[in-house]
Design a protein around this ligand. Sequence first.
Ligand code: SF4
Length: 269
Amino acid sequence: METKEVVSRPKKRIFIALVSVAIFVAALVCYGLWQIMRPGLAEISTVLPKILGMVIIVLIVGLSAGVVGIVLAILGIPTLHFFYRWAWHVINFLFHPATFIGGMVHIPKEIIEQSFIAVNNHLVLKQHIKVPAERILILTPHCIQKDTCVFKVTRNINNCHQCGGCGVGSLLGLSHKYGLHVVISTGGTLARQAVRQARPKAIVAVACENDLTSGIQDVFPLPVLGVLNERPNGPCFNTRADMTKVEDAIRTFLINPDSYEDKNDKSNH
Ligand code: SF4
């Protein structure tokens, strides 16, 4: 099954541009600080300004290499696996400075977050992470459940009767098909608790821009593929998710995804 749909296409360049500006600003600030500190350091020892200068150069070159890694990954240019991993560290490290700069030039927060999620997904996909099904966790907020449903799926998703009224039934179906954990969480604290308990090696998260970005940051360096939910009834109410994208993301992490089709085919006969 094709996995590219997990990544939303047009928005990655926004976050890359913001991260690049953040590095440029960091370089200017570091240079200014170095100039201010240089005379004092030279009085202690003549080598200290050089050492500090080298540390700053290594830092800026390292961060810039991360941005180059992102660009190469997005252009589809094959490079060392290490480069993708480093790029992934850099985008998480520079997330807050990049959103701050984006805010200063009035780019809507939601657009920056969408761009961050797209870049994150791309870099996670490029690392070709494979884990057993039981170490994959699907995490989604409670608002995916139909508001009139009486079943307590936040305690146990198996309480869902799969009536087709909301996405919980489909998630339960995916859980049975692949043998993975699904947690319907009522908040960030409980989501973090669920991650600690399930001890996953990879997460497929379905949520809004804000929850996905904070979730990806919270569990880093655990790999997360984020699938944005749909909010036809407004935020946090009867939300939906494209289950094809969710399943694509799950299959991306599975060691041999096609073997599950075979098992299900056999059990149906
Ligand atoms: S699919 Fe499950 S959670 Fe959703 S409305 Fe039906 S029984 Fe309730």
